[in-house]
Write a protein that binds this ligand. Structure first.
Ligand SMILES: Nc1ncnc2c1ncn2[C@@H]1O[C@H](COP(=O)(O)OP(=O)(O)O)[C@@H](O)[C@H]1O
Ligand SMILES: [Mg+2]
Length: 455
């Protein structure tokens, strides 16, 4: 059952179908107009030509044999089996009929040599006539005409057909537009209701896909993949927040209990120094976590892109090597630097330096013996900076996982860290459009491959 709602008429579908009806109507009128002029109009023109020819013939007869001959000819034409739809009337200069098959000179015929249209009653019928008048040299007036009802009937049939056609087109157009709009609104309502449910907090709700593969299905599919991405992001933000809270709780609790101990005032000055020193180190660790999170946010935000400049990867590698050499040597590790200048890429210097520091920090931290190698290389299309160590490495099945925030593998439990280092490296690689590749058989090798054009 059609339920008429004003909403339907406001839909763009309905308006579009009305526009189509209008365009269709106008073109139909144009076609019918053309047909009319090609047929009915032509019929009338042919009628006029026949009348004109007949008038010319009769005038020729007059010129050949005068009024007598004209009357004879008309007389012959008036015979029933010849006359057909023709009318003739010859009147004298006082409009008194002399000869013809209509009783009176029509009032419409005011002047000679003049086209006219008039109606004569004949029995129960009305006859529409088209006629031409002419004055004869002797002062008589002649009217020659023809019944044009067939042509007129044809014309009115045409007009009726046009009107019916227009009415049917309009009705079908409105019905079609109505049905289409209703269907459209129904599908939109489903999407709207879905969106409302999601807004109320049910992020796992999905838009229904009918399976017709139409634009609504495609829209629903697009919305669904968008929702999936949003759900994933929300979940990861939630996980980060939870992890962060867990991560901060233990050091903060430790700081608190140490400070309470200090406050009770037991212990000598040396011990107090020791407690305060410990507290500062714990605070440093907390600050490092926050700094790492801020750096990840910076690398993931668009603003960092504005600060990219061409730089030589080897220079960055040299800085990092200089910074970490003492620490590596303390642990008995060899820190080696391979490569040469020339691998110039457009990069954010500070973030790239941070990424490399994180990799070398991990390499030094998790390697007990052997060496750590920083290497820079480049070819026509790629520039690669890599950090390799001779430590325990990361099993292939763990390599994707360690990129997540706060993820630390079991072996790392005894070392300091927050599990954000590699997340930051991954975010910085993404910022540079670079690929992050894990490798290495004995130990770990992490490569950052820049595919941008080498300057
Ligand atoms: N060079 C490495 N050798 C072995 N394991 C590593 C290495 N680098 C990282 N890992 C593993 O990946 C985890 C995540 O690294 P990272 O994000 O830097 O966090 P963090 O160093 O703070 O633990 C580390 O906890 C460790 O288990
Ligand atoms: Mg680390």
């Amino acid at each position: 059952m059609l339920h008429l709602s004003p909403r339907l008429f406001r839909t763009s579908t309905f308006r579009l179908s009305l526009l189509y009806v209008l365009i269709f109507g106008v073109s139909m009128i144009a076609v019918l107009g053309f047909v009319y002029f090609a047929t009915a109009g032509n019929m009338l023109r042919i009628t006029d030509e026949s009348i004109q020819r007949e008038m010319d013939d009769l005038q020729t007869e007059y010129h050949r044999g005068g009024a007598r001959r004209l009357q004879n000819v008309i007389q012959a034409r008036l015979k029933d089996d010849q006359v057909g739809g023709w009318v003739y009337l010859l009147v004298d200069n006082a409009y008194r009929p002399v000869l013809g098959n209509i009783p009176d000179w029509p009032v419409e015929a005011t002047e000679a040599d003049h086209w006219l249209r008039f109606v004569i009653p004949r029995g129960a019928h009305q006859y529409t006539m088209r006629a031409l008048t002419a004055s004869m040299p002797n002062g008589q007036l002649l009217l020659v005409g023809m019944d044009i009802r067939p042509a007129e009937k044809f014309t009115s049939t045409m007009i009726q057909a046009a009107l019916w056609g227009a009415a049917i087109t309009l009705a079908l157009g409105i019905c079609g537009g109505y049905l289409m709009s209703r269907n459209m609104l129904r599908r939109l309502d489903v999407l709207n209701r879905g969106a409302e449910r999601i807004m109320r907090g049910n992020l796992s709700h999905r838009m229904p896909v009918v399976g017709s593969g139409d634009e609504f299905d495609r829209l629903a599919e697009t919305l669904n993949s968008m929702l999936q991405e949003i759900e994933r992001l929300v979940a990861s933000i939630r996980a980060v927040t939870t992890n962060l809270a867990h991560d901060l709780r233990s050091p903060l609790t430790r700081i608190k209990s140490r400070l309470e101990l200090v406050l009770t005032g037991r212990g000598d000055a040396e011990q107090l120094r020791h407690e305060i020193d410990y507290t500062i180190r714990e605070s440093d660790q907390l600050l490092a976590t926050f700094n790492a999170l801020l750096s990840i946010a910076e690398a993931e935000g668009g603003a960092a892109r504005a600060n990219m400049k061409p730089l030589d990867l080897f220079e960055v590698a040299e800085d990092v090597a200089d910074l970490y050499r003492p620490m590596a040597e303390d642990k008995g590790l060899n820190l080696e630097l391979h490569g040469e200048g020339g691998a110039v890429v457009t990069a954010h210097r500070q973030l790239l330096l941070q990424a490399l520091l994180n990799l070398v920090d991990n390499a030094v931290k998790y390697t007990d013996a052997g060496r750590v190698t920083i290497a820079v290389s480049h070819d026509a299309h790629h520039a690669v900076i890599s950090v390799a160590d001779t430590g325990p490495g990361i099993a292939p099945e763990d390599r994707a996982r360690v990129l997540e925030q706060f993820v630390r593998l079991d072996l790392a439990r005894t070392t300091r860290g927050n599990g954000l280092g590699l997340s930051l490296v991954a975010a910085i690689a993404r910022l540079h459009g670079a690929e992050l590749v894990f490798g290495g058989e004995n130990g770990l090798e992490v490569k950052i491959i820049f595919t941008q054009k080498i300057i």
